[in-house]
Design a protein around this ligand. Structure first.
Ligand code: FAD
Length: 384
């Protein structure tokens, strides 16, 4: 067994660690207050190649592989979660459909611009009547000669407002639904009939916007079907493949935040004096720190192992769900203990603990809730 992280990934990790400390941390509170990431920070993320982490080098990305991507996200999520969301949605769920199932022409047309950060991509699957039950989408794409006409409403779409293009999952055959009746399209901003609707007000993840996308007689050519004509009706599979990979990176995001909360808690418990001694001398505080560290250690091992398995070409459907389930639930337990250790100060907006607490809660909901991950794990376990 080799537990060493390759040298090139270690170097990248160090670069991101420095970037977080020097550039992201100082603006983290401003981003929270203003609910937007300054353009110069987006520019720096472009320079570092962060928009192309998972896009292969032949399309202008860094082609890091799953482990590399997870290591970078683990570092990036030690600060405000919105920074990861700004890049991760684009070179993750927003563009992976094109990479996995797109035609060569589509890959060359879209991926280099996404990898450079010139274009941002988002992923539009969820609808008011189709969340966990993703196969129940109602947004239709009706064939009209050499084009399709799309009508419907997508909601809760991360980065929908800043995205230049969207991977949009539609219903093309109501009878067949997930068994041959769902088709994935790539649609660019400015396409007539494609609008951004309401931007939601939400509990956390400020700096990253979650929007409605509206399709009102939106005409797109057949060329915009991801994978072209042969992939008509096969879009549900594309969407599920995209989400499988996203589950590992979600685990990495939860892990990074949990590690940061542990580090802050250790520091604070050494400094804060009550009853004449630092908190860390009280056994019940030590127990909380020990439980946090132990769960983080377990989460990191399973994440790296599953990422490594995927990089070796293995199918990791069950492992990816286990990682998302365990890491995100673990991080919420860690956040709860961190807030307890910080006491009243943990509840105040002057310190980042309350922000982590709110932001982490989302990870158990999006890209498949914890309940859906358990369903996937059980289904894989009981497969004949
Ligand atoms: C901030 C944010 C950003 C998002 N970004 C995106 C995005 O970029 N693109 C996108 O397409 N979507 C996005 N989503 C949508 C997200 O993926 C869904 O919210 C999620 O899949 C859950 O769907 P739902 O909200 O409709 O909840 P529901 O499906 O209504 O579920 C409600 C509850 O019921 C449980 N439940 C549902 N079905 C079952 C079952 N069969 N067994 C047991 N329990 C069940 C769920 O686990 C949950 O606890 C985002 C959501 C949020 C909040």
């Amino acid at each position: 067994m080799d537990f060493e992280i390759p040298e090139n990934l270690r170097m990248m990790q160090d670069t991101i660690r420095r970037f977080v400390k020097q550039d992201l941390e100082p603006v983290s509170q401003k981003v929270e207050d203003e609910d937007r990431i300054p353009e110069e920070i987006v520019g720096k993320m472009r320079e570092l190649g962060l928009f192309g982490l998972s896009i292969p080098e032949e399309y202008g990305g860094l082609g890091l592989g799953t482990l590399g991507e997870c290591l970078i996200y683990e570092e990036l999520t030690k600060t405000n979660a919105c920074f990861r969301s700004r890049i991760g949605t684009s070179n993750g769920i927003g563009s992976m459909g094109i990479l996995f199932d797109g035609t060569e022409e589509q890959k060359h047309r879209y991926l280099p611009k996404i990898a450079s950060g010139e274009w941002t991509a988002c992923f539009a699957l969820s609808e008011p009547e189709a969340g966990s039950d993703a196969g129940n989408i109602q947004t239709t794409a009706r064939r009209d000669g050499d084009s399709f006409v799309i009508n419907g409403l997508k909601h809760f779409i991360t980065n929908g407002d800043v995205a230049d293009l969207a991977t949009v999952i539609t219903l093309t055959d109501r009878e067949k639904k997930t068994r041959g009746g769902i088709t994935a399209f790539v649609i660019q901003k400015g396409n007539p009939g494609f609008y951004v609707g309401t931007i939601e007000r939400k509990m956390g993840l400020r700096g990253s916007h979650t929007c409605e996308l509206i399709f009102d007689n939106c005409h797109v050519p057949v060329d915009n079907v991801i994978g072209g004509e042969p992939m008509i009706g096969k879009g549900f599979k594309t969407a599920m493949r995209v989400l499988d990979k996203g589950r590992l990176t979600m685990g990495a995001c939860a892990l990074g935040a949990a590690q940061k909360l542990l580090d802050l808690s250790v520091e604070y418990s050494k400094e804060r004096i009550q009853f004449g001694k630092p908190l860390v001398r009280f056994q019940s505080v030590q127990n909380m720190l020990a439980d946090m560290a132990t769960e983080i250690y377990a989460a990191r091992q399973m994440l790296y192992h599953a990422a490594w398995l995927r990089d070796q070409g293995n199918k990791v459907i069950m492992e990816a769900s286990m990682v998302k389930l365990f890491c995100t639930e673990m991080a919420c337990r860690v956040a709860d203990r961190a807030l307890q250790i910080f006491g009243g100060m943990g509840y105040m907006k002057d310190l980042p603990v309350e922000r982590f607490y709110r932001d982490l809660r989302l990870y158990r909901i999006f890209e498949g809730t914890s309940e859906i991950q358990r369903m996937v794990i059980a289904r894989e376990l009981t497969r004949p």
